[in-house]
Design a protein around this ligand. Structure first.
Ligand SMILES: Nc1ncnc2c1ncn2[C@@H]1O[C@H](COP(=O)(O)OP(=O)(O)OP(=O)(O)O)[C@@H](O)[C@H]1O
Ligand SMILES: [Mg+2]
Length: 199
């Protein structure tokens, strides 16, 4: 796995922070990293108000564990615009011995671009994600068509608001998949506003 083992704990390396009084070091979730934060071995939920820093943190962690900064997996990567904060450069990541060989990083706003990338990989790849093209499905349909086959065992998962497209039934389908994979060890880091996922 690029980027070393999974994440056991995170903190800030203050020696690598040029100025603590500017973005992203002023946002609440990042300020709390001045004390080391230990992750659950299977699944960690990042929950908080709009603007509290969940996406900033999950994007920095994704870079730290070897994803590119704009969603993807080992087989599907793309870059349309560099929009990640410099936080990953100052993150102190305590590693786990586990090195999940595959995985998925899903940014909150990347579904449309991911669907375009899957289509561009050709019909053989696209068929794995449903008989109809991802762009020919509704927002929630295309999310589930993509995510359910894509989330497999022995993966590392960083998901930002995976519920965004989903009805309560869709959210339960996603929850079942996550639950199965957590039974096999996870690990997941999920930023969410969904009461269903939190429950
Ligand atoms: N490039 C940037 N420059 C300055 N501030 C930024 C930049 N990008 C994000 N921010 C600010 O950083 C804070 C944290 O944003 P972030 O997107 O991480 O929040 P969030 O917890 O994911 O919120 P939401 O629940 O709305 O998705 C916000 O106040 C946001 O306005
Ligand atoms: Mg966010």
């Amino acid at each position: 796995m690029r980027g070393g083992g999974w994440i056991r704990a995170i903190g800030l390396d203050l020696d690598r922070v040029a100025a603590l009084d500017g973005y992203p070091y002023t946002i609440p979730a990042v300020q709390r990293l001045e004390d080391e934060f230990t992750l659950d071995p299977a699944v960690t939920f990042l929950v908080g108000a709009n603007g509290s820093g969940k996406s900033t943190l999950i994007e920095a962690l994704a870079v730290a564990v070897g994803f590119n900064d704009e969603s993807g997996s080992d087989s599907i990567t793309f870059q349309t615009r560099n929009s990640t904060s410099p936080l990953h450069e100052a993150l102190r990541v305590v590693r786990d011995v586990r090195r999940p060989p595959t995985g998925v990083f899903l940014r909150a706003e990347s579904l449309f671009n991911l669907a375009t990338k899957v289509e561009a990989l050709g019909p053989e790849v696209a068929q794995a994600y449903g008989e109809r093209g991802l762009h020919d499905q509704s927002h929630g349909e295309s999310f589930l068509s993509l995510a359910l086959p894509w989330f497999g065992p022995n993966g590392r998962y960083l998901l930002d608001e995976p519920e965004a497209a989903l009805s309560p039934q869709g959210c339960l389908a996603l929850l079942r998949r996550i639950d199965d994979l957590v039974d096999e060890g996870g690990p997941f880091i999920i930023a969410t506003h969904s009461p269903l996922l939190m429950a």
